[in-house]
Design a protein around this ligand. Structure first.
Ligand code: F6P
Length: 376
């Protein structure tokens, strides 16, 4: 089946949503229609492919079905970050049963008459796609995530929109923080990668940016706050904290532990720093009144809403390239961005390498060059 060309393909979105998913769907459907390929949308990610024939959750996708979705946030196919078919959980009278239903999904792809599947997802969904490919399914992966933490692609769509949203939040925190002369902390998403924090911090005028790749010292942050006072006579200090950031000798904090079939939820880094700063202030500060510290956790606002121009462009081009690969029968690949070109890599390679901020790289050097404190 591996090199067969396509006349009918499945399309699904898996894992957390991100801006640009609908643009990829639009692009795949338009591209496929042009190539004479029929597209079947799988609803709720891989969950839509589990079960008997009557349980399968699909909808037909023609150009008319996608005509207004290109710029919309979310995904018209719905998604879930539960429902891994290889560790599929069902509630029974005796509790939760976990089973490997991967082969059933491969069979269902055949039952639906699909020549192959285009799976749009992050590391978890692409790992599932890869495993399905290992079991004989024809799959093409399209990488997505606001975190930009996937290896083998220079960027994922959704990331630039999240940066834009975080930058706008910083612009707003700046005016209120300046007015009240406060230390303002903004926690942004990104899991174990500091891409959103560093990009947003640089373009949003943060004085300090704390990322998981560079464990911070509370003293460095305190020094930055002191330096602001000495040089500008103000407490106002704008600090971006990646949700995965942690102090030296500490670890990333989680708001929810990992459970079977669900990764741990990262978060709480900014509140942790707020507590550490307050405790340092209460142990003696060199001015009579310590600064007030306020924390904002930006959360899912970074994931919702319409994609920015660049994310739309990457999404459109990823979708078009995925169709071109399917049309040529090049299965088992993941589309990716290489500079300004869309390329493809083996699906397994795409998920093997995590993508973190290089601590000796140019971005970090430029941040230091313009005086941004990175907490070390
Ligand atoms: O991976 C994308 C992401 O938004 C992370 O930045 C964040 O930690 C996580 O998903 C939140 O996931 P959920 O919406 O499942 O809580």
């Amino acid at each position: 089946m591996r090199n067969s060309k396509s006349s009918r393909i499945g399309l699904l979105t898996g894992g957390g949503d991100c801006p640009g998913l609908n643009a990829v769907i639009w692009s795949v459907v338009r591209g496929a229609a042009g190539a004479g390929i029929e597209v079947v949308g799988i609803v709720d990610g891989f969950e839509g492919l589990v079960g008997g024939q009557r349980d399968l959750n699909t909808r037909s996708l023609r150009p008319i079905d996608v005509r207004h979705i290109f710029a919309q946030g979310g995904t018209m196919l719905s998604t879930t970050n539960r429902g891994n078919p290889f560790r599929y959980r069902t509630q029974t009278a005796d509790g939760v049963r976990e089973e490997d239903r991967g082969d059933e999904v491969v069979r269902n792809i055949g039952l639906l008459g699909l020549d192959g599947l285009i799976a749009i997802g992050g590391d978890g969904s692409l790992a599932i796609a890869h495993e399905l490919a290992q079991r004989g399914a024809n799959v093409i992966g399209v990488p997505k995530t606001i975190d930009n933490d996937l290896g083998s692609t220079d960027a994922t769509f959704g990331f630039y929109t999240a940066v834009e949203v975080a930058m706008q939040a910083l612009d707003r925190l700046k005016t209120t923080g300046e007015s009240h002369d406060r230390v303002m902390l903004l926690e942004v998403m990104g899991r174990y990668a500091g891409w959103i924090a560093l990009h947003a911090g640089l373009v949003g005028g943060a004085h300090a940016v704390l990322i998981p790749e560079i464990p911070y010292k509370v003293d460095s942050v305190l020094n930055k706050i002191r330096q602001r006072w000495r040089e500008e006579g103000r407490n106002f200090t704008l600090i971006v904290v990646a949700e995965g950031a942690h102090a030296q000798g500490g670890q990333t904090t989680h708001v929810e532990p990992a459970t079977t079939g669900r990764v741990a939820r990262v978060g709480g880094a900014a509140l942790g720093l707020e507590a550490a700063l307050k405790s340092a202030f209460s142990n003696g500060w060199d001015r009579p009144e310590p600064p007030e510290v306020r924390t904002t956790v930006l959360g899912h606002i970074q994931r919702g809403g319409t994609p920015c121009a660049y994310d739309r462009l990457i999404s459109l081009r990823f979708g078009a390239e995925a169709v071109r690969l399917a049309q040529a029968g090049h299965w088992g690949r993941m589309v990716c961005l290489r500079g300004t070109e869309i390329a493809d890599v083996p699906l397994g390679e795409g998920i093997r390498k995590p993508h973190n901020v290089p601590v000796d790289g140019q971005l970090v050097a430029h941040a230091r060059c313009v005086g941004v404190c990175l907490g070390d």
